[in-house]
Design a protein around this ligand. Structure first.
Ligand SMILES: [Zn+2]
Length: 342
């Protein structure tokens, strides 16, 4: 299996995040992708290739142009506002109910476009995020050209970024941009999101459409981030009615019940009969993940890979979350190896 990887991700190295009123060290850090890359080499999963550059056009098929412009200048605007201070940019106020969307200065833009305080914008954020998009698109192109499976080792991740919202460590929605690129080439993709956290923004991008199926197995938003989307009764709207499938699971879910939900998700994908499967591959379902509460074990990731391979579809893995640095590389590559074994 080929892997698409760019060292440009290292330019995005968040130092801290603000969660529930407290300051904590960032967990979405460069070492995540570096460890996975090293493990792919060590276990000889296949060649590691650089992304090609695709330009803005595929990004603008999914994201609002003002939002893209905001991300491009946000860090510089922030530095100007704070007299050259090089600290990362964070929002501090939001236009909640009764207020107006306003993008007149950097403070209002950050509040209008951000969904949380866990997603800083630093000097290298935009370049890293664009390289991640190119990695996902290069992987999609490989699939279009006939590869059976490709991993886009994308960092920062993408599934908490919508057309005009960034958050949850995500800036551009890598998987959604790749899926749209495939749609634009006449293919019919399904997206299976197995990250611990609901892929709220991938859902919102395709919610009213029947040409892309979105299926997510995740922690119930009644206790887990992203809190405000991901419930089972969200089934799509208008033409998209029935093309959004959420399978929320309780705290401490282990393999027995996880695998049942995964089977349900896979059978829904099978019914849709896509040309291509995109997997939003989050590894934060692991039992020792520092920010999550499922109980999957190292060997379970081989089973996830085998189960996905059972669909017999060209498969594009897009790297999302997963924060236990000691296990992340092993469990990520277990999914890939399980897939290849089938
Ligand atoms: Zn996650």
């Amino acid at each position: 299996m080929k892997t698409i990887y760019s060292p440009a991700h290292r330019a995005h190295a968040p130092k801290e995040e603000f969660e529930a009123g407290r300051l904590s060290p960032a967990v979405e850090i460069p070492e995540r992708a570096e460890r996975v890359r090293a493990e792919i080499e060590r276990r000889k999963i296949g060649p590691i290739l650089p992304p090609e550059e695709f330009g803005d056009e595929p990004v603008l098929r999914v994201h609002d142009s003002r939002f893209v412009g905001f991300l491009r200048t946000a860090y510089d605007d922030w530095r100007i506002r704070y007299s050259g201070d090089t600290a990362e940019a964070f929002p501090s106020a939001w236009p909640v109910r009764g207020m107006r969307f306003n993008v007149s200065d950097i403070e209002s833009r950050l509040g209008s476009y951000a969904s949380d305080t866990a997603t800083p914008i630093g000097r290298g954020t935009i370049d890293a995020a664009r390289a991640a998009v190119d990695a996902a698109l290069t992987a999609a192109q490989q699939i279009q050209r006939g590869e059976r499976a490709v991993l886009a080792l994308t960092r920062p991740p993408g599934h908490h970024a919508s057309a005009d919202v960034f958050g949850g460590y995500c800036y551009f929605n890598n998987a959604a941009i790749a899926a749209q690129w495939l749609v634009d080439r006449g293919l019919r993709p399904a997206i299976l999101d197995v990250d611990y956290h609901h892929g709220n923004c991938t859902q919102s991008i395709f919610y009213r459409r029947s040409d892309v199926l979105f299926v997510s197995v995740h922690a119930d938003p009644s206790f887990a981030y992203p809190h405000f989307l991901g419930f089972a009764d969200e089934r799509g709207a208008d033409a998209g009615e029935g093309f959004n499938v959420n399978l929320p699971l309780p705290r401490l879910t282990a393999w027995d019940s996880y695998s049942q939900a995964l089977d349900t998700a896979l059978s829904r994908v099978r019914e849709f009969s896509p040309d291509v499967l995109l997997v939003s591959l989050g590894l934060d379902t692991f039992e020792a993940d520092p920010i999550s509460h499922f109980r999957l074990k190292v060997q379970d990731y081989l089973r996830i890979g085998r189960a996905i391979a059972g669909l017999c579809k060209p498969t594009l893995f897009v790297f999302e979350g997963g924060y236990n640095l000691d296990a992340l590389a092993e469990i990520t590559v277990n999914v890939l190896e399980g897939f290849e074994q089938r």
